[in-house]
Design a protein. Sequence first.
Length: 309
Amino acid sequence: MSVLIVVQHGSGGPWRDRLGELLPGESVRLWPDAGDPEAVEFCISWRHPPGLFRDFPNLRAILSIGAGVDHVFADPDLPDGVPVVRLIDPRLKEDMTLHVVHRVIHYHRGYDRYPAFQAEATWERIAFPDTEKRRVGVMGLGELGAAAAQALAGLGFAVGGWSNAAKGLPGVEDFAGAAALPAFLARTDILVCLLPLTPATADIVDARLLAQLPEGAFVINAARGGHVVEADLIAALDSGRLARANLDVFREEPLPAGSPLWRHPKIDVTPHAAARVNLDTGCRIFAETIAAMKRGESPANAVDPRRGY
Ligand code: NDP
Ligand code: OXD
C-alpha cells in the first residue's frame, strides 16, 4: 500500500519526509511519482489536477491539506464512495484567530489611517467607539469562525455570528439561516467571512449583501476568494459605503500582478497568509487518520459530500 502526497504548487517534499517518519513501513510517495496506481490507498492533497484520483482503483480516502475542501470538490470527476476528510488542526485555528483579531483591532482603532498621518507629520488621534459598541459579525461559526468569534467576544467586542444552525456560543449573538442574514448584516460594523466555499456561499459577498451593512463598514475575507464579487466590493469601497477591506484569499492565487486589488487604496492584501497548514501537527493528524482507517475505523472528520463542507 502507499500514501501519495499530491501538491500541485509548492513543495511537497517536507510532507513526504515527515509522514514517512510517522508511518514507518508504509511507502509515502510524492506525486507525480505515484508508483503502482493499484497500491495507492490514501491521497493527501492540496489542489490536485481534476480526474487524478480516478487513476487509483484502491483509493480509500482523500485527505485535504487544508481546513477547506472546496479544492477537492471542485473536481467533477471524483471517484464514488471515497471519503473526503478535512483537516481540523488546533494550530491552524489559533493562527486564524490571531489573524482575525489583529485585523479587527487594526480597523477598530483606525491603525490603517496612521501611516498617512505619519507621512505628513500630522499628530492626530483617531477616535474609536468603546469596544463593546463595536459590532463584529462573523459569517460561518465552524471550527475557525467559532474560535475567532469567541476570542473577539472575550476581548469585549459585540459579536454576532451567522451560520446554518444556531450555536449558542457564550458572548456571541446567534443569527441562523438565510432569513436571519439581513438582521445580522444590519448590526455588523466589521464583517469577517469564514464560510466554506460551496454552491450556497459562492459570490455571497456581493452588492446586495454589502448594501445591507451599515455605512462605513469594514470587510475581512479570510475564507475563499470565490465568496467575494470583486467588482461589487470595489464599487462599494469607491462609493465610500465601505471603509476598507482585508482580502487574504482570491479567485486566482497567486493574485495576478495586474489585479486592481493590489493597488486599491482601501484594500489590504495578504497572500493567503491568515493561517498556515502546520507540517508537524498536520502530518500527525494525517498519520492518525490513516492508522485509524487501517484498524478498520471510519475516518473522523469525513465531509458530507452533499453539504460540501
Ligand atoms: P467549518 O466547516 O468548520 O464551518 C463552516 C461554518 O459555515 C459552519 O458554521 C456552517 O454552519 C457555516 N455555513 C456553511 N454554509 C453556510 C450557509 N450556506 N449559510 C450559513 N452558514 C453556513 O469550516 P472551518 O471553520 O473549518 O473553515 C472555514 C473556511 O476557512 C474553510 O472552508 C476555508 O475555505 C477557509 N480557510 C482559510 C484559510 C486561510 O489561510 N485564509 C485557512 C483555513 C481555512 P453550520 O455549522 O450551522 O452548518
Ligand atoms: C485551508 C487553507 O483551507 O489554508 O486550510 O486555506
